[in-house]
Ligand binder design. Structure first.
Ligand SMILES: [Zn+2]
Length: 277
């Protein structure tokens, strides 16, 4: 895996890119394509969801920072997902796939998982806005906060992380309820976007990412998708921390500004010609 901040930033960047590509500006704000209207509030909630979802796939790694996000609860969930991932890997691997344990970078690192995570998000939001929606938002906001803070905070930071997460959850919840048309769908798209950003981030590390499972590639159902070795980076290495993370952050800020501008915010950005039109 890449480090938490890199994944988190890639989720935010991908979400802004998707919004920018899917939204056309109007005098009264902006309208999404395919009949899905997008408001600034929905964009902001989606940004929190996509940033959190960009950390979600590493829940299959019980030793990861993400697995400790919610203390014992998330550690138990992580061990459960690790075991399930291991079982699915062993049950579906071919003779050409590596004879590895398969728990980490398994099931949660596939497009199938990302797609169903998005569908589940839409179902939860439509099912119960009073209890299930805040719980779902709390999980994704917690992942986003933990991912961005990574290990730069002291060990006894659980209370601070929880308070920040609770505040963010409350803001997102207020902006989502009562549910406006298209909001649930945008939230599902945000979760899928965050997951896909994670897969791409893992693909450029040394181990690659089996995102195409269960499609067989070169006889492998868990084929590690990756660019040529020269284009891969070491997790937590100087290329990631000195080049990739700052680059992603700058791009994320740029596309975020462009998206907000498209949504009718930041009108003073008209003076700059650097924004995509
Ligand atoms: Zn990963």
């Amino acid at each position: 895996m890449a480090t938490g901040p890199t994944h988190a930033m890639s989720g935010l960047l991908a979400w802004s890119g998707v919004c920018l590509a899917g939204v056309s500006g109007t005098a009264s704000g902006a309208v999404g394509h395919a009949g899905l209207p997008l408001s600034v509030q929905t964009w902001a909630v989606g940004a929190a969801l996509a940033t959190g979802a960009a950390l979600l796939p590493d829940i299959d790694h019980p030793e990861s920072t993400i697995a400790r996000t919610f203390g014992a609860v998330s550690e138990v969930a992580s061990r459960g997902m690790h075991t399930l991932s291991h079982a699915v890997y062993r049950a579906t691997r071919t003779r050409k796939d590596a004879n590895r344990h398969g728990g980490h970078r398994g099931l949660t690192h596939t497009l199938v998982f990302g797609f169903f995570a998005g569908l589940a998000t839409i179902a939860v939001i439509n099912a119960n806005q009073r209890w299930a929606l805040p719980a779902l938002l709390f999980v994704f906001c917690g992942l986003a906060v933990r991912g961005l803070l990574h290990e730069w905070t002291p060990r006894g930071d659980a209370l601070a992380v929880t308070l920040v997460t609770a505040g963010l959850t409350w803001v997102c919840w207020r902006w989502l309820t009562p549910l406006a048309p298209g909001q649930a769908e945008w939230c599902g798209i945000a979760v899928i976007t965050g997951c896909v950003a994670h897969y791409l981030g893992d693909a450029i590390t040394e181990q690659g990412c089996p995102m195409l499972w269960p499609l067989p590639v070169l006889g492998k159902t868990w084929f590690p998708v990756a660019p040529p070795k020269a284009l891969r980076m070491r997790t937590g290495g100087s290329v990631e921390l000195m080049v990739v993370l700052p680059g992603l952050s700058l791009l994320a800020v740029w596309l975020t500004a462009a998206t907000l501008h498209r949504l009718g915010m930041l009108p003073w950005l008209d003076r700059f010609s650097l924004l995509p039109t």
